[in-house]
Design a protein around this ligand. Structure first.
Ligand code: C2E
Ligand code: MG
Ligand code: MG
Length: 649
């Protein structure tokens, strides 16, 4: 019986194309990719041996060489076939993200048992002829145990298919079907070949399904971050969902490079990414050296997540060693000594936290809760802190505050050096929650911005400040205007001018009594558009603007000079830095520059007499800070003014 070789011959170039695709797309990292490459190489050898077996039987003279070549080819064929099926079964674990299961010894032994039986049959075959025989005259003939080999092949395919079906909800339909195609096509081909041995269709079936896998399953662009070449945030979120769903126990080391943005600008994108890629490589090397199984994920601009399967692994010790290496190597890589500053948090899942959103949020926020230069923390310590309780119940706290009108406005007096008294004040929102007590606006304002509930809060602030102005005669109190903080979302509201006009009319408050504070991020991030229109319209109506927190962001001085800003508020950090000669020089020049472009200056966060005197000497117009007063409730603020502004109401 002449066998048809064309199928095998066609399969070979397909495998070659797949290997090239995998290499060109750099799909060589990670267990899934490595198993897939191994599988393709094994299948290529299987195809080759199938061809040489047939050709030697057909072409070579019936002598010793023919027997030798055919026997060797048959052994290679059956061995590679067995390895391919085992590899495919392992691949089904890796590709579904459940590789951790294979690492259990019990499971490994169960998976490998049929394979060992296969190998025994093949190893004893020279004496028993149980699998096949090759004779000079009769050629190749199947042995009496050949069905065992086929049965085990079917067993592996069936098991892999069932496993993929079992985990289908974690994958898209296309991915599930493409993965299943491998077993369906191969099983179909094996069964077909069992009955029609002259048609060698098994390898072409495998080649087609591998093609489907490359096209629809292994999509590196979905799960890798091209900038540093590691797994992406998308892949991290997907893996984390799986970890929680399957109730796996893992440690997650989150690295937050707190100065990532600055270094990105400083080094430029290319050098920054190369530097990060090098750090990720170092982390990888350490884990490989310690034989710890882990995946490393990256999120722009500077978060690294490492999911570690081994609960006994000492993350803190590893962090300190990697940090040491990082410091040494960055000194070589980054000439000026500028380097990424990491903060690391280790989360034990599910012991510390078992909620998806909370784990993601903790990763982004833990570093804000660390003091000074603390490098490492455990999530359990953060979770126990009061701020964390507030953060994780922020939805409830904000909804309750909005529904039950819990917000209050406090006023912090602002001192005028020229007048020698307080001529304005900043309205600062306060929230006392029944359960959590005082909640800082520094925490709930950004949270409200993220959750999209900042507008009703901003509306309340504007309304309450207007009410306050209408109920108190500012002139008599010695006040010229009240400063109100505007959030980014408010600045982007098209109806903001109309809203303010309506409030002004309702409370009989003229625009010159209200000064609106915008932040550097507001003015820098959002270029033109609604924001600029709003500022222009509002300043046309008579409202004035302050630029808040100057010195904390990246100031575009051209833009600062173009915006209709009356006042620049120098951030507390600039004031605090005046202790050092450099800081003092920065402050002196900032004040001079701002005065040159006709801006009025408020120094924020002034706490000491020394700072006050220094700022007065430098020519700062207004002073705000605990030195004079903390923000006060409405009635105490009025009393304060009556006392200190020597005004009789
Ligand atoms: P900000 O607008 O820069 O307000 C100044 C902050 O510095 C206030 O913090 C104030 O209490 C604090 N401060 C003033 N003097 C001193 C001092 O001498 N020492 C120290 N350590 N701190 C001082 P607060 O009230 O916690 O507000 C934090 C931030 O929350 C504000 O920073 C502002 O960005 C935001 N915020 C507050 N109220 C509102 C509001 O009504 N609307 C909006 N959108 N944001 C607000
Ligand atoms: Mg402010
Ligand atoms: Mg400020």
């Amino acid at each position: 019986m002449q066998t048809v070789l064309y199928f095998d011959i066609c399969a070979l170039p397909i495998f070659l194309i797949i290997i090239l695709t995998v290499l060109i797309r750099k799909m060589t990292r990670g267990i899934t990719n490595r198993l897939f490459i191994t599988l393709i190489i094994i299948l290529s050898f299987m195809t080759l041996s199938d061809i040489t077996l047939e050709l030697s039987l057909r072409q070579l003279p019936a002598d010793g060489l023919r027997i030798f070549t055919a026997t060797l080819s048959a052994y290679i064929y059956y061995t590679t076939q067995s390895f391919a099926m085992l590899g495919y079964y392992f691949f089904s674990f890796a590709v579904t993200g459940t590789w951790f299961r294979v690492r259990l010894n019990k499971i490994k032994m169960m998976i490998c048992a049929p394979f060992v039986l296969l190998m025994l049959i093949l190893l004893t075959n020279p004496f028993t002829g149980a699998a096949f025989t090759v004779e000079a005259e009769t050629g190749y003939a199947r042995g009496f145990l050949i069905w065992v080999i086929y049965a085990i092949t079917l067993l592996y395919s069936g098991a892999a298919t069932l496993y993929i079906v079992h985990l289908r909800r974690y994958m898209s339909k296309t991915k599930t079907l493409s993965l299943m195609s491998l077993s369906i096509l191969i099983v179909g081909a094996v069964v077909f070949q069992f009955f029609y041995p002259q048609y060698l269709v098994e390898t072409i079936a495998a080649a087609f399904s591998c093609l489907l896998i490359v096209l629809f399953v292994l999509r590196p662009e979905e799960i890798t971050d091209a900038s540093v070449g590691s797994l992406s945030l998308f892949a991290y979120r997907r893996e984390l969902k799986k970890v929680l769903d399957m109730k796996r126990r893992v440690q997650i080391a989150v690295v937050d490079f707190i100065n990532a943005k600055q270094l990105y600008y400083y080094l430029g994108e290319e050098r920054y990414c190369a530097y990060l890629a090098q750090i990720i490589k170092q982390i990888e090397t350490i884990f490989v050296r310690e034989h710890v199984f882990c995946d490393i994920y990256f999120e722009q601009p500077g978060y690294i997540y490492v999911i570690i399967e081994n609960m006994e692994f000492d993350v803190e010790d590893c962090v300190r060693r990697v940090y040491g290496d990082m410091v040494r190597s960055s000194e070589k890589a980054v000439s000026s000594g500028e380097r990424l500053i990491p903060r690391v948090c280790c989360i034990s899942v599910p012991d510390d936290i078992n909620d998806f959103e909370e784990i993601i949020r903790l990763g982004h926020e833990f570093s804000t809760q660390l003091r000074g230069d603390c490098l490492y923390t455990k999530a359990s310590d953060i979770v126990a802190s009061r701020d964390y309780g507030i953060m994780s119940h922020m939805d409830l706290i904000l909804n309750r505050a909005i529904a039950e009108h819990k917000f209050r406005i406090y006023y912090q007096p602002i001192y005028s050096v020229a007048h020698g008294r307080f001529i304005s004040a900043e309205a600062l929102i306060r929230l006392i929650d029944d359960e959590y007590g005082f909640v800082s606006p520094g925490i709930f304002i950004p949270a409200a911005e993220r959750k999209g509930v900042i507008l009703p809060i901003g509306d309340f602030v504007l309304e309450d400040v207007h009410r306050f102005i209408s109920e108190n005669d500012l002139d008599k109190l010695g006040l010229e205007y009240i400063e109100v903080n505007l959030s980014v979302m408010q600045c982007l509201q098209e109806e903001l001018p109309a809203k303010l006009a309506m409030l002004g009319e309702k409370y009989g408050v003229s625009p010159d009594k209200v000064n609106l504070e915008i932040t550097e991020t507001t003015s820098a991030d959002i270029g033109a558009g609604i924001m600029d229109n709003n500022l222009e319209m509002l300043s046309g109506m008579g409202y004035t603007f302050s630029l808040d927190d100057f010195g904390t962001g990246y100031s575009n001085m051209q833009r600062v000079s173009r915006l209709p800003l009356k006042i620049i508020k120098l951030d507390k950090s600039l004031v605090d830095d005046m202790q050092s000669p450099d800081g003092l020089s920065i402050m002196r020049n900032t004040v001079k520059m701002m005065r040159d472009i006709d801006k009025e200056l408020v120094a924020e966060g002034v706490e000491t007499e020394e700072n006050l005197q220094c700022l007065e000497e430098l020519g700062c117009h207004f002073i705000q800070g605990y030195y004079f007063s903390k923000p006060l409730p409405e009635d105490e603020f009025v009393e304060f003014l009556k006392k200190h502004n020597k005004v009789t109401a």
